[in-house]
Design a protein around this ligand. Structure first.
Ligand code: NAP
Length: 290
C-alpha cells in the first residue's frame, strides 16, 4: 500500500504557486486576490475558510474574508456578490457553502461572475468542464486529478466507481474520469443512495472515489485487492481527547481497508489539503487570465 499523501503534495504545489506569484510580482504584475464570503457561524465552514486564508498567506496571495451575519437576507448577499463581481482588485471569490436555509444557494452561485468563480461551481464553468474546454475545475475533483498525476496513477481503461452524485464532488469527478485525456479514459460507474447492490459494484472498482459523508462506510469486503481509493468524506465526531473537541472521519474504514489498496488517501491529510491548493491554483489562473 502506498499512501496518497495530500498534505505533502499540497505543500509541494504551494511552493510552485508561491514561486509563480513571486514571478508575477517581479514582472510588475498584480498579486492575485482571493475573497471568501462566510455567512454565519458554522464551525466547519469557519475552519475551512480559515484554512483557505492561511494557505493564501503562505503563498503570498492577497486574501480577504467577508463575514456576514446569518440573518443576512438573500438580497443583501446578492448585492455583496455583485460588488465583488465589479471590484477590479478581486481576481476570484468564493461563497462558502452551506448557506442558511432562507438563502437559495443556486441563485447565489449563479450570480457569481464565471471569470471570478474560482470554486468552479457556476453552470457556465460546469458546462465548459463537460465540453473539455479550459475553465476552473471544481476544487475537490481538481485536487483528486492532481494527486493522480503526481503519483502517476494509471487511469486508462480502468473501472472507476464514484459513490455520491453531488454537484461539487461526485458528478464532476465522474465526468472528469471519463474524459478522453489523462487523468481520464476510465469506464465510470456513478452510484448514489438508490443504487442496488452497491458492494457488488465497488468490488469491481480499480479506482474508487468515495464522497457520501458516512464515516467508515467502506469496509474491506467491499473492495478488491489492488484498488486505488480516494476518500473524500469528512465527518466531525465529538472527541473529548482532542484539543479541537472533535475527530475527523473519512468515508473509508482506513485501518481495515488499507492493506487491500495499492494507493489510498488518509483522512485527514488526503483530499482535503488538495482541495485548498486547487482553489489557490484557480485564483492564480483567474489573475493571469485578466
Ligand atoms: P452530499 O451533497 O452530502 O451528498 C451525498 C451523496 O452521497 C448523495 O449523492 C447521496 O445519494 C450519496 N449517498 C448517501 N448515502 C449513500 C449510500 N448509502 N450509498 C450510496 N450513496 C449514498 O455530497 P458532498 O457534498 O459531495 O459531500 C460528501 C462528503 O464529502 C461529506 O462528508 C463532505 O463533508 C465531504 N467533502 C469533502 C471535501 C474535501 O475537500 N475533502 C470537499 C467536499 C465535500 P443521493 O443523491 O441519492 O441522495
Amino acid at each position: 500500500m502506498q499512501l496518497l499523501d495530500g498534505k505533502k503534495t499540497a505543500a509541494e504545489i504551494k511552493i510552485e504557486v508561491a514561486e509563480e506569484i513571486k514571478r508575477l510580482k517581479s514582472n510588475g504584475g498584480k498579486i492575485p486576490h482571493l475573497v471568501a464570503v462566510l455567512v454565519g457561524n458554522n464551525g466547519a465552514s469557519i475552519t475551512y475558510v480559515d484554512a483557505k486564508i492561511a494557505a493564501c498567506k503562505l503563498v503570498g496571495m492577497k486574501s480577504t474574508i467577508v463575514r456576514l451575519n446569518d440573518t443576512v437576507t438573500e438580497k443583501e448577499l446578492l448585492k455583496k456578490v455583485d460588488e465583488l463581481n465589479k471590484d477590479k482588485d478581486v481576481d476570484g471569490f468564493i461563497v462558502q457553502l452551506p448557506l442558511p436555509k432562507h438563502i437559495n444557494e443556486k441563485k447565489v452561485t449563479e450570480a457569481i461572475r464565471p471569470t471570478k468563480d474560482v470554486d468552479g461551481f457556476h453552470p457556465s464553468n460546469i458546462g465548459k468542464m463537460m465540453l473539455n474546454l479550459p475553465t476552473f475545475l471544481p476544487a475537490t475533483p481538481f485536487g483528486i486529478l492532481q494527486l493522480i498525476e503526481r503519483y502517476n496513477i494509471e487511469t486508462n481503461g480502468k473501472h472507476c466507481v464514484v459513490i455520491g452524485r453531488s454537484s461539487i464532488v461526485g458528478s464532476p469527478i465522474a465526468n472528469l474520469m471519463s474524459r478522453n485525456s489523462y487523468p481520464g479514459n476510465c469506464t465510470v460507474t456513478l452510484t448514489h443512495s438508490r443504487t442496488v447492490n452497491l458492494a457488488e459494484i465497488t468490488k469491481t472498482a480499480d479506482i474508487l472515489i468515495v464522497a457520501l459523508g458516512k464515516p467508515h462506510f467502506i469496509k474491506p469486503e467491499m473492495v478488491k485487492d489492488g484498488v486505488v481509493i480516494f476518500d473524500v468524506g469528512i465527518t466531525r465526531i465529538a472527541d473529548k481527547s482532542k484539543k479541537s473537541g472533535y475527530k475527523l472521519y473519512g468515508d473509508v474504514d482506513f485501518e481495515a481497508v488499507k492493506d487491500k489498496a495499492s494507493f489510498i488517501t488518509p483522512v485527514p491529510g488526503g483530499v482535503g489539503p488538495m482541495t485548498i491548493v486547487s482553489l489557490l491554483k484557480n485564483t492564480l489562473l483567474a489573475a493571469k487570465d485578466k
